[in-house]
Design a protein around this ligand. Structure first.
Ligand SMILES: CC(C)(COP(=O)(O)OP(=O)(O)OC[C@H]1O[C@@H](n2cnc3c(N)ncnc32)[C@H](O)[C@@H]1OP(=O)(O)O)[C@@H](O)C(=O)NCCC(=O)NCCS
Length: 140
């Protein structure tokens, strides 16, 4: 039985978080646990999926609760993927923000990520039908 719950950063054991991020090879995070801890503490909303005692997935949102809702990190243990957990995490993470119009994210240019986010109602910026938009990024 999988539980999907909004949690505080303090509710999460760092070892569990590192095991989850490590399982999907997100080494930029696992190399710097202090930075990952700050990222979790600075998140507006964190949702955790638990399979018993195992942290099976996580999603987090950064938002001003008014004009922007940025979805950062959605990840599910490989052993648990394809069972609706990713969708449940995103839906719960966005639940507090129905009044926030602009919902954005950046992800790898891979067909599976595109399929996942399109299934959740996101459109690629260059294919958005609500008007011509262009997304810009800067990585320092
Ligand atoms: C992307 C990820 C979070 C998806 O989680 P998941 O639990 O497997 O996804 P779900 O089972 O909830 O699928 C949700 C929807 O996305 C679609 N989807 C998910 N993975 C897909 C894939 N590889 N190919 C095609 N469609 C896919 C499903 O068909 C499903 O659609 P539906 O709900 O309309 O039936 C998971 O694969 C993962 O953790 N990947 C590694 C980390 C990552 O890349 N995160 C995303 C970038 S930030």
């Amino acid at each position: 039985m999988i539980s999907i719950e909004v949690v505080q950063a303090e509710d999460l054991a760092l070892d569990d978080v590192l095991a989850l991020y490590g399982a999907v090879q997100w080494t930029a995070y696992t190399r710097d646990p202090g930075n990952l801890t700050r990222a979790l503490k600075g998140s507006s909303t964190i949702v955790a999926a638990r399979d018993g005692l195992v942290l099976a997935g996580l999603a987090r949102v950064i938002s001003d609760d008014a004009s922007i809702c940025y979805l950062q990190d959605v990840l599910v243990l490989p052993s648990h993927q394809g069972r609706g957990i990713g969708r449940a995490l995103v839906e719960r993470a966005l639940e507090p923000y129905p009044h926030v119009r602009q919902k954005v994210l950046i992800t790898d240019d891979e067909p599976r990520q595109t399929a996942f986010y399109e299934a959740l109602g996101y459109a690629r910026a260059d294919e958005f039908r609500g008007g011509a938009v262009r997304a810009f990024v800067r990585f320092d």
